[in-house]
Design a protein around this ligand. Sequence first.
Ligand SMILES: Nc1ncnc2c1ncn2[C@@H]1O[C@H](COP(=O)(O)OP(=O)(O)OP(=O)(O)O)[C@@H](O)[C@H]1O
Length: 167
Amino acid sequence: MANRPNILVTGTPGTGKTSTCELIAKAAEMTHVNIGDLVKEKGLHDGWDEDLDCYVIDEDLVVDELEDIMQQGGNIVDYHGCSFFPERWFNRVVVLQTENSILFDRLVARGYSEKKRKNNIECEIFQVILEEARSSYREDIVVAMQSDSIEDITKNVSEISEWLRNF
Ligand SMILES: Nc1ncnc2c1ncn2[C@@H]1O[C@H](COP(=O)(O)OP(=O)(O)OP(=O)(O)O)[C@@H](O)[C@H]1O
C-alpha cells in the first residue's frame, strides 16, 4: 500500500467531480487525474461513439498509463465510471449525487443534446454509479455525497480533506 492514499471521485456527468477534485487537489496537494482529459490528450480510446457522443475509452490503456502514479499514491481521480479500475488503487471512493432538476439545468447549460441529457438524468435517477461503486469496492470505503450547491461542494471538500488528514 502506498504511503499516501488515492481517492476516486465518481458520479454522473455534471454532478461536480471536476470542481470538487480541483479544490481538493489544491487544499491537500493531491494530483488531480481527470480521466476524460487524459484519454483525449494521450489518445487512450478507440475512436468517437457517434451514438453516445463521447470517446470509446480503452480501459486497459488507461489502467496501464496510470499504474505507476497510482502506486505512488496522492492522486485524486475524476471519472464518471468506476468498475474498470483495479480495486487496490483506491482507499476512498466518493460518489457525488445531484437532485434531478438541478442536474438537468447544468446539462442544459453545457449544451448537451436531449438524448445525452436523458441518458445522464436516468443514470442519476437509478443511482447507476452508486450501485457500480458498491459492487466494485468494499462497502466501507464508498461514500455518497450530495452536490446540489456551492455550500455542498465546500462541505464535501472539507470532509474529504479531513479524511485525508486522518489517514
Ligand atoms: N455542487 C455544485 N453547485 C453548483 N454548481 C455546480 C456544483 N457542481 C457542479 N456545478 C457546476 O456544474 C457544471 C459541471 O461541473 P463539473 O464539470 O465539476 O462536473 P463533472 O461531474 O466533473 O462533469 P463531467 O463528468 O462531465 O466532467 C459546472 O459548471 C459547475 O460549476
